[in-house]
Design a protein around this ligand. Structure first.
Ligand code: BTN
Length: 261
């Protein structure tokens, strides 16, 4: 099998690369792919100096929280590979649920956020790119970057935020959260490769934030309002506005801040 043959299970190819500091684990993943790294690299940094969030936002990244990127080679069309954001969201949700127990409910907020109660505790940045080498062997690289607030969260953020420490979870390190997340992500990724999106969609929907409620989707040039009816088979959000069902592929769901405890 070539070093990046067709989308294949992660378990057999997993290898962890640890750093004290990086600009961004997503950037390092891209550099590694350009330099011939293979499918299954998991890039972990204790802190980041140029952490990035969605839509060009900064992801403030002091030591104590988790910053990790999975480098995956995919021969699937881009709209299918985009489902990896949901694969990651379910893995993050499962990881956090096992840690917080009944202390607080975990929600998946479309498209790429994880909430603890009503506050953001984790975010996912999915990026895709090709290298000359990949074009020659067909397919593309996908980087799934995940940030989880363990010890702290930034003061000035767009959405209300929280960290594990905020809900009384103190004795857990980024390394332990990483090992659990890697395990859950590999399980979910391998299932997605073998069986497709249906079970991920179910697991994501069971935790969906504001499902059945009226929500606002903020986009760069418009704000849409309607009832959140779920995600479709590609992972896009279904928004009912009167008699019209919109399929939304980009934007941020507006949050209403409430305390979880
Ligand atoms: C978001 O909610 O806007 C997405 C945040 C993603 C942050 C993670 S931390 C690890 C990886 N490296 C980055 O620079 N960003 C992602």
């Amino acid at each position: 099998m070539s070093k990046h043959s067709a989308s294949k299970p992660l378990i057999e190819d997993y290898h962890l690369l640890s750093y004290d500091v990086l600009d961004s684990t997503n950037e390092e993943a891209k550099r590694l792919a350009g330099g011939g790294a293979s499918h299954g690299a998991v890039i972990w940094a204790k802190r980041q100096t140029g952490g990035r969030g969605r839509m060009g936002r900064e992801w403030v990244s002091p030591e104590g929280n988790l910053y990790v990127s999975f480098l995956l080679h995919s021969d699937k069309p881009l709209e299918i590979s985009a489902q990896l954001a949901h694969v990651a969201a379910v893995a993050v949700a499962e990881t956090l649920e096992a840690i917080v127990g009944d202390a607080c409910e975990i929600h998946c907020k479309w498209p790429n956020d994880i909430l603890l109660g009503e506050k953001k505790i984790a975010g996912i940045l999915l990026e895709s790119f090709t290298t000359q080498d990949v074009i020659a062997t067909s397919g593309r690289w996908i980087v799934v970057g995940i940030g989880i607030n363990i010890e702290s969260f930034p003061d000035h953020v767009l959405f209300p935020a929280t960290a594990l420490r905020d809900v009384g979870v103190e004795l857990i390190s980024a390394k332990i959260v990483l090992s659990r997340l890697v395990y859950n992500f590999m399980q979910r990724y391998d299932h997605w490769i073998k069986k497709g999106f249906a079970d991920i969609r179910k697991s994501w929907s069971a935790r969906a934030y504001k499902l059945g409620h009226t929500i606002e989707i903020v986009q760069p040039k418009a704000t849409l309002q309607g009832v959140f009816e779920g995600i479709d088979a590609s992972g896009a959000l279904l928004l009912r506005d009167g008699g019209t069902l919109h399929t939304v592929t980009a934007g941020d769901v507006q949050l209403v801040a409430e305390s979880c405890s």
